[in-house]
Design a protein around this ligand. Sequence first.
Ligand SMILES: [Zn+2]
Length: 381
Amino acid sequence: MSWYQIIGHDKIKKILQNSIINNRISHAYCFIGIEGIGKDALAIQFAKVCNCEKPIIDDGFIDSCDKCHNCISIDNLAHPNLELIFSLPTGKSSDTKGDSAYDKLSSEQIEIIKDEIENKAKNHYLPLKIPNATQIKISSIRDVKQKLSLSSFNDKRRFVIVLKADEMNIEAENAFLKTLEEPQENITIILISSKPDSLLQTIISRCQQINFSPLDENKIVRKLILDNNSNEIDAKIAARFAQGSYLKALDFLDEENRVLRNEIVNLLRISLKKVKYREELVKNLKNFLKDKDKNQINKIMQMLIFWLNDVNIIKITGNSELIINSDDIQTIQKFFKGFGNKDIPKAINEIENYITMIYRNVNINLILISLFIKLRRIFID
Ligand SMILES: [Zn+2]
């Protein structure tokens, strides 16, 4: 990866580049922002540029060559000047002083961790998905401190990147605080977090804080198309759902979105039938809910909102190029002809109200029946 492959965050890239060029790199940073927007990727790139043997320098700009040994091994997350700290599962017994973070883990757990790091090496945006890894333990901090106390691999800068730093337990945080209080030459620590409120304020105040904004929707679309060969319609729908998170968009792309969207639009169609709608709605709803969890239902209801919003766009602008579900234009036009004179924003508002209920401890089947009956009243009565 080069700066160019990381989408958005142009100002932050500039700040980091300037710090390298002017030799004013901080000893500690805190990268803050929502999940899946490239904070890890940018931290790794920063470490790589600082370690590159032949960086590309041009008028206030510096980038990694991506060809030298250091670049390649940092990209592979396997360079001695790059230490990653992250949550690990609890071992068979609790850690005692002197144990390494990995001592109590089973060989299966260690294999999973290796695989996850390999995945992250291929795509720096990806999170590490290690089962039951909920805490960054003091032993992980100790391991890294131990390594940092040894002499450097070369004269370049060493980086410690703490992924999801808010997962440090209190002992780990206190141990870490000591490290921050005694900055070492040629070592930079980057804490990464989407939940800075869960970090000790004394830790954050010792770091240069860098705030990441959610990504621009169009930039997410372009990256999805470029990196995943996604078609434009799927990419646009995924990006709209992702609310600024590239990872969320990527996750969304994996599912059979169109099939799901058609299912929910079909339920709306059934609920607006002139006769015997109730029986058919109950039967189809049961099938629809069969293999879906609350998160999926939430997503699908959002899809229905976007779909109805497209009907409203046709109503207001008459311009079908502005809609998201452009593959479904015929059904949208048909719906507009039948129900375009009704209060579509009210229907959207109603769906939003019901979405908030999904996560309460309630019967989803009943909730959705009630929702569709409400929608029927808006569109028919
Ligand atoms: Zn290089």
